[in-house]
Design a protein around this ligand. Structure first.
Ligand SMILES: C[S@@+](CC[C@H](N)C(=O)[O-])C[C@H]1O[C@@H](n2cnc3c(N)ncnc32)[C@H](O)[C@@H]1O
Length: 267
């Protein structure tokens, strides 16, 4: 039986599709502007999921960079491999990688290590970013993206109004600018924080609710203080929908702004 409040690859792909359809800016273009990956680069994408960033770099370099995507979810790796087989890139590969364990690569291997919305879950930041630093060439770059505290304010405000409860702590946004930035700054020669803002405008409530469903299952147990089991989950969704409908009637649209931070560091 599929339990709709646990993270599945379907949820991740749904959120990506919603960003693409309702967003006014494209995070992939920002990613490429910042990184400008070149043919001949050796690139590692950590927590690659279904391979989004790997395929982006491959297309941008005319399939002439060597790209490895690593993730600990076999389900998402299968999705990535299926897409790879469809596309036929011979310069991209996917493999198991748990970023809480030593990376199975030699020192000074990569020109670029990236991680989009993933590595900030690491349990020991010094260890994980130490591994990222070790496998980079001197002068190689690390690029880590994640949510800033201002991210998706409207989404959290609607859930707060619907539940009358505080939003559970989100390790991503609460750690990103602080602990994660400081850890990277302590290990790398040069570190800077870039930001990307992308307003998503929903012309009706239904796609927003699709986003809510695909997000509450995000990060698995993060939302557990708000519901337990399927019935409570559905009751919560109904309360959120009622508030979203009120906001929509008042404003004529729902606008949720993604505010993403990018930590760019040089070894
Ligand atoms: C929100 S998804 C982002 C995926 C992809 N980078 C993207 O932007 O589409 C977070 C990813 O981190 C992965 N992840 C979480 N913990 C991990 C770990 N310990 N080691 C490797 N990957 C992990 C998940 O499996 C998931 O693919």
């Amino acid at each position: 039986m599929e339990i709709s409040y646990q993270e599945t690859s379907k949820d991740l792909l749904k959120r990506i599709a919603i960003h693409e359809k309702y967003g006014s800016r494209n995070i992939d273009e920002w990613n490429l502007e910042v990184l400008q990956p070149q043919p001949g680069f050796k690139i590692l994408d950590v927590g690659c999921g279904a391979g989004k960033q790997c395929f982006l770099y491959s297309d941008h370099t005319g399939r002439k960079a060597e790209i490895i995507g690593g993730d600990f979810s076999e389900e998402l790796l299968d999705k990535a491999r299926a897409k790879l087989a469809e596309r036929g890139d011979t310069n991209v590969s996917f493999r198991f990688l748990d970023f809480n364990q030593p990376f199975e690569f030699g020192d000074d291997t990569f020109d670029l290590v990236s991680s989009a919305f993933a590595i900030y879950y690491a349990s020991n930041l010094d260890f994980t970013f130490g591994e990222a630093h070790r496998v980079l060439h001197p002068g190689g770059r690390l690029f880590v993206t994640g949510p800033l505290p201002e991210n998706k304010k409207m989404f959290y405000d609607i859930i707060k109004e619907a539940t009358g409860q505080p939003i559970p702590p989100m390790p991503g946004s609460s750690r990103f600018k602080g602990e994660i930035y400081q850890t990277i700054e302590g290990i790398f020669a040069k570190t800077e924080l870039l930001t990307f803002e992308n307003p998503l405008t929903f012309p009706e409530v239904a796609p927003f609710m699709d986003y809510v469903r695909a997000s509450l299952s995000e990060d698995r147990k993060l939302w557990a203080s708000l519901f337990s089991g399927k019935n409570e989950y559905e009751a919560l969704i109904a309360r959120i929908e009622a508030v979203a409908n009120r906001w929509f009637e008042r404003d004529g649209k729902l606008v949720m702004t993604k505010v993403v931070g990018g930590i760019l560091a040089i070894k």
